[in-house]
Structure formats: C-alpha cells, structure tokens
Design a protein around this ligand. Sequence first.
Ligand code: SF4
Length: 220
Amino acid sequence: MEANLALMTVYNFLGEAYGPRYWWPAKTPFEMMVGAILTQNTTWANVEKAIANLGEKLSPQYIAAAPLGELAQLIRSSGYYNQKASRLKTLTEWYAQYSYDVEKVRRKAGEELRAELLALKGIGRETADSILVYALHKPFFVIDAYTKRILGRLGYTLPEAYDELRIIIEQNIPGDLSIYNEFHALLVEHAKRYCMKVPSCTSCPLGRLCPREGLPQAAN
Ligand code: SF4
C-alpha cells in the first residue's frame, strides 16, 4: 500500500473534523454482535428497526431458545431475515461456550477468537473484525467498502485481499485499541458525509490531502 501520506495524518484530520464517534452504537457487547450480523447487506436504519423490535428479547438466552421463524419475523426489517436468524443462532451457540460471559471471551487471544468467529457460517472477515474490535476489544482493523473507497481516492495502492490490506494498515498505525475503534468509525462517517460514491469534495476535511483529479464531482 504505497502513498506518501501517513495514515495517522488521515486519522487526525478526520478526528478534528468529526470528533469522537462513540462506536459501536449498542447498549451491550451482545447487542453489538447482533448488530454486526444484522447490518450485513443493509442500512443501519433497518438494523435499528430490527433491534427495537427485538426489545427486551435481545438476549442470548432468548435467541438460543426462540423458534427460528419467530426470530426471523422479529428481525424482518433487516432483510435476508431467515438467513440472519440462523446466523444469530449460530453466533449465540458459539457464545454459549463462554456461558454468555463477554469477559471470559475477552480473556482469549485475538487470533484464536478470530479463527473461531470465521469458522461460523455467515461470519466473514468484516463482521468478525467488527465483533473483535467493538465487542471483544481486540485490535483488528475493520476493512469495508468505505475504507477502500477513501484510501483509494487518497492515492493509496490497495491490495485486493482483505487480510493483506488489514495487516498493512495495522502495521502503519499504533497498536492502540481506541485508534482501531475510532478510525473505522471516522472513515464510515466521512464516506457518508463527503466521500460518497460520487464525492462531494467542496469543503471536504481531507481536501488538502487528496489528489481528487479525474473524479466525478457531485453537482453542487
Ligand atoms: S476530496 Fe473528495 S475524493 Fe478526496 S477524500 Fe474528500 S470527498 Fe473523498
């Protein structure tokens, strides 16, 4: 990943522009894990509806015991609800090995937990790394389409493979969990506010760092 621009400069500019993001928006680590599955292929607004619909039932005990069809109906707004209900059950079975105690999970090494999560059906790298950082407090950098879009536009040459890019980023930022937590959240915010599919570069807080040449501009 070549670029003269230091990743921490990007981080600092984004941090100054947007301030702390307080991610992940969830009341408990388990709700965070559930949100990471529900958000696959849908918007956060749809996830919020599903979480509100679950209400008091958003517990590993309920998800473990609930009939699949009933759970699927509760999370219907998040789309792919049958598939996601089944994924939530799989995740909860894994969590049961730790007696639904997040501190027990956190005592295990990050790489080991990552391998366990990736072995679960329906949990890919992005979902696993989100859970690792935001619920389990393990420093793994979450790569998503927004990360690639912004870093690509800033002039970085990005490897295709998820883990290759993740490791390069991890080697170029301090190994501080709060930076992992905040950096991903800031990139998401930036992709939504300015660096959309068609970017709105006027007043962009990264404007001074960005080549921008040849990019289509929003009509404003
Ligand atoms: S200047 Fe435009 S392309 Fe560059 S980061 Fe900002 S919004 Fe994205």
